[in-house]
Design a protein around this ligand. Structure first.
Ligand SMILES: *Cc1c(COP(=O)(O)O)cnc(C)c1O
Length: 812
């Protein structure tokens, strides 16, 4: 790439001049970022081309990962890491008077996702390329990504995310690869002379889907895969004609704009589906563009259609892209003239589906009328899929009306996307062992009983390249100094660290790095927020979307409780603690926003009270995002993973924090169960109801939060502070709604029920942290077992069990 820094410096200066007409002396940091980005993008080009040529020559099977979200974050640092250019570029830039770290900060954080689901997709792309596997992402190039959160007077205010206002240097627009996507209209059928039915779609509205390709560079690998983000463009000819036909020429621009709304913004709701028409349009836009593009690539291979599943895998990340199933049927039948049976066999053998949640409010179901009107041909095909499926069930379970009604894809005036996804794919996976078991034995039991062979587990993972090597370079360095560098390609080898669990030198090194990372975060917090923190205090981190089930409220109530304790006894023996929160709430999620307000109110009280200020601090860091996560995680001592058991499908924040040496304080939920199994009781703090207990309470209705409130005095005093006169309520009714949810509406997420157990675990942490050496040992043991949670392991499992792909001559 660049053989040395002199060569880099020359290329960089030339780029500044050619692209921006600037010299090193006149260039701003933004200029330097843009020049560096373009330079790298160009240098990636050769391997990108070669990868695609190799795929074509070898006719390698291609995986297309369909996802409405790719939370990729900034790419500069990660690309440099994967190209192994960090040192050459950093040193070259330094000679020219620039700081690489500062240039990285100039990049917009591409927030094309809400949280865990979108970040998983981004980690998967990194692992696919790094393992030399032919896997690509299909997503939407939202003009506005995840909103920018600001906290004003303690409340969340949302601002649009103008991420494209700064040139996105990595993308390449490819108009020659554009496809057309159709909405609305009518469908008629006719028979040809051989008696075959043909369907004609007319009077539709048509938009162009134009791809912007982003290269995905593998670590130390020859492979550069593609993240293809689709953007809508109105076909001006059509738009003008339509406006003329409707006699609304004056509103030509309005019509154009309404078409272009499709890829305008990301729906900022995590785990909640609203059933909005524009969202359905977005989903079909992605699906239709992606399927047509994948089919086009397959046709280049000149193989019979029956070979499609051997050459193409279409994976759907949750049910949002489930219309891949009827869309592939449509293309194969209506455009390629295949019969139903053959098309169905191909579709089912190509499509696989990941389930991400069992929360009922997150399950997609579209009103029949909406689908029929917006996507008439897709609706017809879905009806036919349902018809044939129900007939096959009828043969298998004659007379079992109830069972068939429960399994049907279309029922009660709705199209159930999870049912469509299960029926139309050959593999259905959950994202952690416990989650998959809950799917099989409860939520999807009836489907599991019908198609047991389709269900499997793939525990989530995270890329150790971004989350350890890039975010925490000193720790990665210590690991390599201790056990050599094989762990980088084989993260399972991190277990070699276990041999050093009692090595004072290694533990000192580890504690020292954590301390430095904490000082760095503390000084950033001071500079940006003016809050001064004690870097010796326990850094206790709760970062994730704000949601009732994630129970930030449990943490907040507990902080109120500690505050009360210190106020009563200012000389209380406790390790000083800093609680960090980062969390966005969906705009319309009123309750979640109240919890943000509560946390900020607590922060305000605690941070300004001299009696507690050397023991306790609370920091709400606004605009939680990938780049903010990269700042916080290396500095964490405690990782809060305290969801109501059974509710968090896997979690991936838990894995990032563990890999950076934080100890988990968590419920036995999601992947916490697997973390616990690996590190053992001594190296994790688990507490609270089990998933069985929670599910049993929901079933029996046997929980009474009022009873906890009445019998547990600590709970009652704390909860009462939400509404009675207290430093937190200040006599206001601001938090009445939270109080009511806990006391009068039976505490849906078992916050009060788990409070005492949570407080006891926190107390244990308070003692254990004071033993520096043994805390370091626990931390090391967590890092040593984190290799299992590299997304490389996850992707190897998907590759072997679901997609059936293998690398072809990759590592150098
Ligand atoms: C990892 C990550 C998440 C997911 O966090 P969980 O704790 O698993 O919910 C959400 N948002 C961002 C920015 C992340 O990096």
């Amino acid at each position: 790439m660049f053989s040395d820094k002199e060569e880099f410096k020359q290329a960089f200066s030339q780029k500044l001049e050619a692209k921006l007409g600037k010299t090193v002396e006149t260039a701003t940091e933004v200029d330097a970022y843009r020049a560096l980005g373009s330079l790298l993008r160009e240098r990636i080009g050769k391997k990108w081309l070669e990868t695609n040529q190799r795929y074509e020559q070898e006719k390698e099977k291609q995986v297309y990962y369909f996802s409405m979200e790719f939370l990729i974050g900034r790419l500069m640092g990660n690309n440099l890491l994967n190209m192994q250019l960090v040192d050459v570029v950093a040193e070259g830039l330094k000679d020219l008077g620039f700081d690489l770290g500062e240039l990285e900060e100039e990049e917009s954080d591409a927030g094309l996702g809400n949280g865990g689901l979108g970040r998983l997709a981004a980690c998967f792309l990194d692992s696919l390329a790094s393992l030399g596997l032919a896997g690509h992402g299909y997503g939407i190039r939202y003009k506005y990504g995840m909103f920018d959160q600001q906290i004003i007077d303690g409340n969340q205010i949302e601002f649009p995310d103008l991420w494209l206002s700064r040139e996105f240097v990595w993308e390449v627009r490819r108009p020659e690869e554009a496809v057309e996507v159709r909405f609305g209209g009518h469908v008629s059928s006719s028979e040809d002379e051989d008696g075959n039915l043909h369907f004609d779609h007319y009077d539709y509205e048509q938009v162009q889907a134009v791809p912007y390709d982003v290269p995905v560079v593998g670590y130390n690998s020859d492979t550069v895969n593609t993240l293809r983000l689709w953007s809508v463009e109105a076909n001006l000819d059509d738009t003008i004609k339509k406006a003329a036909r409707l006699n609304e020429f004056g509103n030509f621009l309005g019509h154009k704009r309404s078409l272009e709304a499709i890829s305008e913004f990301l729906y900022p709701d995590d785990s909640h589906e609203e059933g909005k028409r524009l969202r359905l349009k977005q989903e079909y836009f992605l699906v239709s563009a992606g399927v047509q593009s994948a089919v086009r690539a397959f046709e280049q291979l000149d193989l019979p259609w029956s070979a499609f599943p051997e050459k193409v895998a279409l994976h759907i990340n949750d049910t949002h892209p489930a219309m891949v199933i009827p869309e592939l049927m449509r293309v194969l039948m209506d455009e390629k003239q295949l019969g139903w049976k053959e098309a169905w066999k191909i579709t089912q053998a190509s499509v696989s589906y990941t389930n991400h949640t069992t929360l009922s409010e997150a399950l997609e179901a579209w009103p029949v009328d909406m689908v029929r009107q917006l996507l008439p041909r897709i609706f017809m095909i879905t009806e036919e899929i349902n018809e044939r499926f129900c007939q096959s069930l009828w043969k298998k379970y004659p007379g079992e009306f109830d069972r068939i009604a429960e399994l049907a894809i279309i029922a009660d005036g709705q199209v159930k996307m999870a049912h469509l996804s299960i029926v139309g794919s050959h593999s259905i996976n959950g994202v952690a062992r416990l989650h998959t078991e809950i799917l099989k034995l409860r939520e999807m039991k009836i489907f599991y009983d019908t198609f047991p062979e389709r269900f499997n587990n793939k525990t989530n993972g995270i890329t150790h390249r971004r989350w350890l090597m890039h975010a925490n370079k000193p720790l990665a360095g210590l690991i390599t100094d201790t056990i050599g560098e094989d762990w980088i390609n084989e993260p399972a080898q991190l277990t070699d660290l276990l041999a050093y669990r009692d090595d004072a030198g290694v533990l000192d090194g580890l504690n020292h790095i954590k301390q430095k990372n904490k000082e760095k975060l503390a000084s950033w917090v001071y500079q940006t927020k003016g809050i001064s923190l004690d870097p010796q205090s326990i850094f206790d981190v709760h970062i994730k979307r704000l949601h009732g089930y994630k129970r930030q409220l449990l943490n907040a109530l507990h902080i109120m409780h500690i505050y009360n304790k210190v106020k009563m006894d200012p000389s209380l023996d406790m390790a000083p603690r800093t609680f960090f929160f980062g969390a966005k709430a969906a705009q319309g999620y009123h309750y979640a926003k109240k919890i943000i307000k509560l946390i900020n109110t607590i922060a305000d009280v605690v941070n300004n009270d001299p009696v507690v200020s050397d023991k306790l601090k609370v920091v709400f860091l606004e605009n939680y995002s990938v780049s903010l996560a990269e700042r916080i995680i290396p500095a964490a001592n405690v990782s809060e993973q305290i969801s109501t058991a059974s509710k968090e499908a896997s979690g991936t924040g838990n894995m990032k924090l563990m890999m950076n040496g934080a100890l988990t304080l968590g419920t036995m939920d999601g992947a916490n169960v697997e973390i616990h199994e690996l590190v053992g009781d001594d190296n994790i703090y688990t507490f609270g109801l089990s998933s069985e207990e929670v599910l049993e309470y929901y079933r029996s209705g046997g929980y009474s939060s009022k009873q906890v409130y009445e019998t547990d005095e600590v709970v009652r005093l704390t909860v009462d502070q939400l509404i009675h006169y207290s430093p937190f309520s200040k006599g206001d009714t601001e938090f009445q709604e939270i109080y009511d949810s806990l006391v009068h509406h039976n505490d849906e997420f078992f916050v009060l029920k788990d409070f005492a157990a949570y407080a006891a675990s926190q107390q244990q942490i308070n003692f254990d942290y004071q033993e520096k050496q043994s805390w370091g040992k626990k931390s090391l043991i967590n890092i040593a077992h984190a290799g299992k949670f590299s997304s490389d392991r996850t992707i190897q499992e998907y590759a072997a069990d679901i997609w059936r792909i293998a690398p072809v001559n990759t590592f150098k």
